[in-house]
Design a protein around this ligand. Structure first.
Ligand SMILES: NC(=O)c1ccc[n+]([C@@H]2O[C@H](COP(=O)([O-])OP(=O)(O)OC[C@H]3O[C@@H](n4cnc5c(N)ncnc54)[C@H](O)[C@@H]3O)[C@@H](O)[C@H]2O)c1
Length: 383
């Protein structure tokens, strides 16, 4: 890999090192297919989802914010679930709500829906593989991760002097190992449908000293320039996915770039606008927990012989709301926080008119709509 130290903000890795299917150099040009083909494609994806195959899904990080919702949605859709996390089995996060237990038991005569929780670390290769093998998993959703500490995450507690959280080497080493283990176990066990939780931070946003945008809104073809361990680990899981589909062309992998996931009680216009507001460093984005869960399951449900997202493919997807958190014109926030974008010598290409009306989001999720039939609701500002 060639790195020009004078151009440290340039994309890594350099293009000659970048594989064909990489999110950095995707074979899929999301800007081209925004015509009538896309609505046809979306309706095809949606019809696939209505007839989806019942799967046996291993879900790591099952006790977390996203994990709990994904587990519940998977069960409600009739899939069997092996939930895995590092909590003891008597921990509340591992328990299903009563109505879901009743639903599984009621809806279960012909086609048994199974739910099992196992305390297993995604870092423990042998136990992780054994659990997936014994349950007979044929799909994996890997959500487990450890986040950055408060040295880098100023949302947690900006005035806290004492170090809290995870040191960078642990964040990197654990997250990168967990995603590798997931892919390697899948390859060993012949599990071909895989989702890895990535993040918008793969681009290099919230935890970066500098953010460089080549164009807005951001799509999956935009270069990734992560600086910190968490963001790197998300970018690296996407590169790992590139490598695994190259070596194991029977696999299909979706890496989903979530953004500011909001629980049900917070996914509303008032909370987002008045309390949450979003963060300027990651462009005021958000997505609902339900939306994220649907994206995970849609990514597994597309038939493996699908022409646009089938066997042998790895694709990254932005999974964010079409509107920013705040009820303001997007352009006013850009002008305030990113004045450099408006200078004559700015290298960032964007249509100022487009962001002048409404609170349009700064991430283009049309690829997820076309390939997965996925779309998030927005809370639109009419101004
Ligand atoms: N929440 C967000 O806003 C957001 C945004 C972008 C991306 N993501 C990604 O989505 C995924 C889920 O996020 P979340 O918000 O639910 O996080 P969370 O912190 O709520 O849940 C993560 C879970 O992983 C578990 N875990 C940690 N180490 C583990 C290990 N070694 N083995 C097994 N489990 C382990 C934790 O116990 C926890 O239950 C993560 O990969 C995260 O990076 C989340």
């Amino acid at each position: 890999m060639l790195i020009d130290s004078e151009k440290a903000t340039q994309t890594l890795p350099t293009p000659e090192y970048t594989p064909d299917h990489s999110p950095v150099q995707s074979n899929f040009n999301s800007r081209i297919n925004t015509n009538s083909d896309s609505s046809l494609r979306t309706s095809t994806a949606q019809s696939h989802l209505q007839n989806e195959e019942k799967l046996r899904i291993g879900i790591t990080g099952s006790g977390g914010l996203v994990g709990k919702t994904v587990v519940a949605l998977a069960l409600r859709k009739g899939h069997s679930v092996l939930a895995m996390d590092i909590f003891d089995s008597n921990n509340e996060s591992t328990k299903l709500p009563k109505d879901l237990i009743e639903y599984i038991n009621d809806d279960n005569d012909d086609n048994k829906i199974e739910y099992k929780y196992e305390k297993v670390s995604s870092l423990d290769y042998i136990s992780y593989k054994k659990a997936c093998k014994e349950f007979g998993c044929n799909a994996l959703i890997h959500l487990a991760m450890i986040p950055n500490g408060n040295d880098l995450d100023d949302r947690v507690n900006p005035n806290e002097e004492e170090f809290k959280g995870n040191p960078q080497h642990e964040v990197h080493n654990q997250n990168v190992s967990m995603s590798y283990n997931t892919l390697s176990i899948a390859a060993e066990l012949g599990i071909n449908r895989i989702v890895l939780a990535s993040s918008v931070n793969a681009i290099g946003l919230l935890f970066s000293k500098t953010r460089v945008f080549d164009y807005l809104p951001l799509d999956e073809n935009h270069p990734c320039r992560p600086e910190d361990a968490y963001s790197m680990s998300k970018y690296f899981c996407e590169l790992q996915a590139d490598s695994f589909v190259r070596l194991h062309p029977e696999m299909r992998i979706a890496t989903l770039r979530f953004h500011g996931v909001m629980s049900d009680d917070k996914s509303n216009k008032r909370y987002l606008n008045e309390n949450h507001k979003g963060h300027w460093k990651d462009l005021w984005g958000w997505v609902s927990c339900k939306g994220v869960s649907k994206a995970c399951l849609s990514s597994l449900a597309i038939p493996m012989n699908d022409q646009n997202f089938g066997v042998g493919q790895h694709e990254s997807f932005f999974i964010t709301s079409p509107t920013i958190c705040q009820q303001v014109n997007t352009i006013t926030l850009l002008e305030k926080y990113y004045p450099e974008l408006f200078k004559e010598n700015s290298k960032c290409k964007f249509d100022k008119e487009y962001f002048t009306k409404g609170n349009k989001g700064l991430f283009d999720c049309s690829k997820a709509k076309r390939l997965l039939g996925w779309e998030e609701v927005g809370f639109y500002y009419e101004g």
